[in-house]
Ligand binder design. Structure first.
Ligand code: SAM
Ligand code: SF4
Length: 327
């Protein structure tokens, strides 16, 4: 079965959330009431994850990203990475970086060549304000550890006006000497995360700020890219802006999401969920559930946002929180 939706979009990229639990408390991610548990407290086992992933790989998925919650907080993360490494797929991960030193050898053994690390500030104090954890130096040290092992590092920076937007040029300056790819992310609304348009720093804001200090070159973007890529001349790294709110990129969407409790989501912003784990455990085959998810996929942002995403009313959005969907 090819994973094509009503609009002709082929889905070759699966993002798997391994847990809703996290060892950080990022202000933009964690819902205000701190934590909603899995709907029925079920969580996919390592075998479920590998079995379901293997179905998607047989049906054209060529890239899998592990995420969460914090994926490295799973006790059986080594088993999961090991199982997935046997599949013919590019395996990657998004992590807050706090526990990388504990599992580095498993990351290398699983053939993971590129990792996204969330790092919202280059200041220990601001990092602690955003994440509620005083582990800035640990995360920085783990980033260097990954680079030393030849693993490509992308840094995810969620920009929040008045909190870390004064560091935009410091992050871009980092790319002059360090071979990292910095990805500034426009702050997105989810249930309970207190989103407010006035806090969003957009692509145009970033480019205006960076242009005041650096001569930048536009790099080529692919049709499935979520970001607009740039670099500073003669730099070791590069940077990009993920433009979900100011320039949605739904036309080229190739992504499906599997929540930690085993539901398939066809869009980050859709409230529709398809119970894949029950189908998997019953042995009835996954085609029907996956087909329903593809048929139900909306053209733009889960059918929930207005034409201008920045004008969305956050109280009208029906969805899980980001930590529960899997970013
Ligand atoms: N715990 C891991 C981490 O922080 O990298 C993986 C899960 S996290 C939900 C995945 C990504 O989503 C992170 O880069 C995080 O910064 C981003 N994220 C979370 N909430 C967001 C929001 N409201 N708007 C934009 N990005 C968000
Ligand atoms: Fe945890 Fe990642 Fe959410 Fe921060 S962004 S609270 S590290 S899941």
């Amino acid at each position: 079965m090819t994973l094509v939706d009503r609009f002709g979009r082929e889905h070759t990229y699966l993002r798997i959330s391994l847990t809703e639990q996290c060892n950080m408390r990022c202000v933009y991610c964690m819902p205000a009431d701190r934590m909603q548990n899995c709907q029925n407290n079920r969580v996919m086992s390592a075998n479920d994850v590998v079995g379901i992933a293997s179905y998607f790989v047989s049906n054209g998925v060529n890239k899998i990203r592990l995420t969460g919650g914090e994926p490295l907080a799973r006790k059986d993360i080594a088993d999961i990475m090991g199982g997935l490494s046997a599949l013919n797929v590019e395996l990657t991960m998004t992590t807050n970086g706090m526990l990388v030193h504990r599992v580095l050898s498993h990351i290398v053994d699983a053939g993971i060549h590129s990792i996204n690390i969330s790092l919202d500030s280059l200041s220990r104090a601001t990092f602690k304000t955003i994440t509620a954890r005083d582990v800035f130096h640990r995360v920085m040290s783990n980033i260097h550890m990954l680079l030393e092992r030849g693993i490509r590092v992308k840094l995810n920076v969620v920009l929040l006006k008045g909190i870390n937007d004064s560091e935009i040029n410091a992050f871009v300056g980092l790319t002059e000497h360090l071979p990292v790819h910095v990805r500034f992310i426009e702050y997105m609304p989810f249930t309970g995360n207190g989103w407010d348009r006035s806090v969003v720093v957009t692509h145009d804001d970033v480019i205006r700020t960076v242009s005041e200090r650096f001569a930048i070159t536009k790099l080529a973007d692919s049709p499935t890219d979520t970001s607009k890529k740039y670099c500073v001349e003669k730099s070791a790294g590069s940077f990009a802006v993920i433009t979900t709110m100011s320039r949605p990129f739904c036309d080229g969407c190739n992504r499906l999401r599997l929540t930690a409790d085993g539901y398939l989501k066809n869009c980050l912003f859709s409230n529709d969920e398809y119970d894949l784990l029950t189908a998997y455990l019953s042995g009835q085959g996954l085609d029907d559930v996956v087909q329903a998810a593809l048929s139900g996929k909306h053209k733009v942002q889960g059918g929930q946002f207005s034409r201008v995403a920045l004008d969305v009313d956050p109280t009208a959005i029906r969805n899980r929180s980001m930590i529960s969907i899997g970013g």
